[in-house]
Design a protein. Structure first.
Length: 157
């Protein structure tokens, strides 16, 4: 009888211990305004402070003025967080062959990488990958959907 009660008590303690997580778990911090810590994952910080996505014209990989402004903000965030590394994802809309879009996605990711390097981010902190048309952000077969799928996304590793 006492053994059953003791086993039950041990099981309850074990379950209770598993349900509690340390306060730091799941929340990483970056640097906010004037050195204040900012809660959230590095990707949340990048998205909220700089934006994580730039867009491209049809069949183009050149950086627009609007994209350049986003990349300038990204470079500032990366300079404030020197331990972060990023992967630039190149994406395309659904038109074109798989092979062509993989190449175009790579050119878009490379253009984004080169722009960040020109803005002072160390080259060894930036990797690229092309997903071509395989990971659309928006489903649809019209210009509105295609415009949102022609993009470069900066993901903090």
């Amino acid at each position: 009888m006492n053994l059953k009660v003791l086993a039950l008590f041990a099981a309850v303690l074990l379950v209770a211990a598993c349900e509690q997580k340390p306060a730091e778990q799941g929340a990483q911090t970056g640097t906010g305004q004037q050195g204040q810590p900012m809660a959230g994952s590095p990707n949340e910080i990048m998205k909220s402070k700089a934006g994580d996505t730039i867009y491209f014209a049809f069949d183009r990989s050149d950086i627009t003025a609007e994209a350049r402004a986003t990349l300038q903000r990204q470079a500032q965030v990366l300079q404030q967080n020197p331990s972060w590394t990023v992967t630039i994802q190149g994406h395309c809309d659904e038109r074109g062959t798989v092979e062509y879009n993989l190449g175009l996605g790579e050119r878009r990711a490379n253009a984004t990488r080169q722009a960040l390097i020109a803005l002072g981010v160390a080259a060894n902190r930036i990797q690229i990958i092309s997903y071509g048309k395989e990971r659309p952000a928006v489903a649809g077969h019209n210009e509105q959907a295609w415009a949102q799928n022609r993009r470069g996304v900066t993901v903090v590793n």
